[in-house]
Write a protein that binds this ligand. Sequence first.
Ligand SMILES: [Ca+2]
Length: 207
Amino acid sequence: MYRSIIHFGITSRLPDLYSQKDMIIKVKNFGISTGKQDSQSVCGFVFNSTERTNGSFTSPNYPGLYPRDTECHYFFYGNASQKVYITFAYFDVEGVTPCTTETASDYVEFSNYRTVDRKLSRHCGLKQPKTVESEGDFFRVTFKTNDRFDGTGFEAFYQFRSQEDPFHVKVMRASSASMATESLVLTVLSMALIVISFVIKSYSYNK
Ligand SMILES: [Ca+2]
């Protein structure tokens, strides 16, 4: 399913100590302190709205440099009436748009599914993505790095909001009383207009 081995590319940083080709390390601690680590994936973190309705999450080893050749997934599970909102406070992901393999970029990707969501574009560079909103009660954030160049990653905030949430401005339905007043005013106004036009017409005829 996911990679079971993380290659940190330490060879290039510490050539004297590790002269062999590559160093392979199995990593369990990603320096990510929030969410529940998913035992099924190497770098997977689960955020359930039943446990917390808001909080923060970061790239591995934040605010230090993130590791190379790493793929982390952040899974957000709300209840049926909730949506997930992700806002970035800090963003430094090495790469250039469109943040693809061709541009040798690391990237952050969003999805409304467990698989790739083609509607949502990838993000890299220094420009923080705007607040992202999920379509439904599930959302996934993926962070993927390649084998060259580094950044300090990201810090982001998540919030589960239910559709009835007071944060959401709802369109107010006019009460029946005010609707009655409104229609009465409209009726009076239109009657006044008819009278005025009648007066004007009869005045011009009389001329
Ligand atoms: Ca990189």
